[in-house]
Design a protein around this ligand. Structure first.
Ligand SMILES: *Cc1c(COP(=O)(O)O)cnc(C)c1O
Length: 387
């Protein structure tokens, strides 16, 4: 897929890469191909079927995502978790071992804690951003190392290039969840990572009106994931492919604003005495700042913080927010706020959350594309309610 707009900038690729020409009416968008039955032999010269992820709408949007991630191939799925679980299904089997970063999306943690062991796959957790600690966890039967950077919800930043180099020398596949960064801010494949996964539900679609996922990698790896998606069936419907393709056209534009607003909100919170800790890779005192500066083009719209005071104080702050809506999920044009301990990380025990550093007072913001002054005023009002 490297042939599509190879030298074009991100905005051009967002708009144009992958579009399937409408030869019937001359429309400028990929048509919605709603068929589940396609004539054989047909114009595409192969069996076409939605579950095989080869109907034109699926191919078009996968092509666009591959072009943005500078990957050879991609496929889209019915959720981010479908993308993630299909990768584990494709590359791990009974007797294998995988290494995961501790600070991951709650659903991924649940999959690795409950589902992988049931299939005879051993799991090790690494509570560190140091590639050497990942190296120490690798065994002869290790198949895959799985990371997320910046991570959810503490925005830990991991040196992907160093991790990929270490894993490659040991013949272990690397997988990076690039949901928070998006291809606009970070391209893990360019840093040597083997497989990128996305919850397209978040920034890729960007309008909080769709659930979808994506996997990007070398063609041979995508073929392995593709056969799992064909067997287990979480393909993306033609209507959802259309929505995702439409959302992606403005990804570069939206991310520019998310980056600006994320930085404005993080800076505002960091200088405010009513706030304890702020987690944002763009802040100079963030532990992963140097890594973020090296491997990211922007720091994104995800900011977590702990207001000073107890859980009740944090709850009051949450209740007083007006523009930031209390909601799970992230990456849409509208600003959202949630308690990770009660939402994304509710399925794991309090003791584990404590170990991960996710306190009950931690509020995670998904900073939208509204006017920054309005967002800061909203935060200021909410903090004033308790201090
Ligand atoms: C939401 C999310 C997922 C899961 O994606 P779904 O689309 O909800 O299945 C995976 N990773 C990260 C970082 C997420 O934020």
């Amino acid at each position: 897929m490297k042939d599509a707009w190879p030298d074009a900038g991100f905005s051009t690729r967002c708009v144009h890469a992958g579009t399937v020409e409408d030869t019937l009416a001359g429309g400028v968008n990929t048509p919605i191909f709603a068929s589940s039955a396609f004539r054989v032999p047909g114009p595409l010269g192969k069996v076409v079927y939605p579950r095989y992820q080869n109907i034109p709408g699926q191919v078009a949007v996968a092509h666009k995502i591959a072009a943005l991630e500078s990957g050879e191939a991609a496929l889209v799925t019915a959720s981010g978790m479908a993308a993630i679980s299909s990768v584990f299904l494709a590359f791990c089997t009974t007797g294998d071992h995988v290494v995961l970063q501790r600070d991951l999306y709650g659903g991924t943690v649940g999959l690795a804690q409950r589902e992988l062991p049931r299939r005879g796959i051993a799991v090790s957790w690494v509570d560190s951003e140091n590639p050497e600690d990942f190296a120490a966890a690798v065994r002869p039967e290790t198949r895959l190392i799985y990371v997320e950077t910046p991570s959810n919800p503490l925005m830990k930043t991991l040196d992907l290039e160093a991790l990929a180099r270490m894993a490659r020398s040991r013949g272990v596949l690397t997988v990076a969840d690039n949901t928070f960064a998006t291809p606009i801010n970070q391209n893990p494949l360019d840093l040597g990572i083997d497989i990128v996964v996305h919850s397209g539900t978040k920034y890729l679609n960007g309008h909080s009106d769709l659930c979808c996922g994506a996997v990007v990698a070398r063609s041979e790896l995508i073929a392995a994931v593709q056969s799992m998606v064909s067997l287990y069936g979480p393909s993306l419907s033609p209507y959802d492919c259309f929505l995702l393709e439409r959302g992606l056209k403005t990804l570069a534009l939206r991310m520019a604003r998310h980056n600006e607003n994320g930085m404005a909100v993080a800076s505002f919170l960091a200088q405010d005495s009513r706030v304890g800790k702020v987690f944002y890779p763009g802040l100079a005192d963030h532990p992963g700042h140097a890594t973020a500066v090296r491997q990211m083009r922007g720091f994104g719209g995800m900011v977590s913080f702990e207001p000073r005071g107890d859980v009740e104080a944090a709850r009051t702050v949450m209740q007083r927010l007006k523009l930031f809506k209390p909601a799970v999920s992230l990456g849409g044009v509208e600003s959202l706020a949630c308690f990770p301990a009660e939402t994304s990380h509710a399925s794991i025990t309090a003791a584990e959350r404590e170990k991960m550093g996710i306190r009950e007072t931690l509020i995670r913001l998904s900073v939208g594309i509204e006017d920054a002054e309005d967002l800061l005023a909203d935060l200021d009002d909410a903090l004033r309610a308790v201090h």
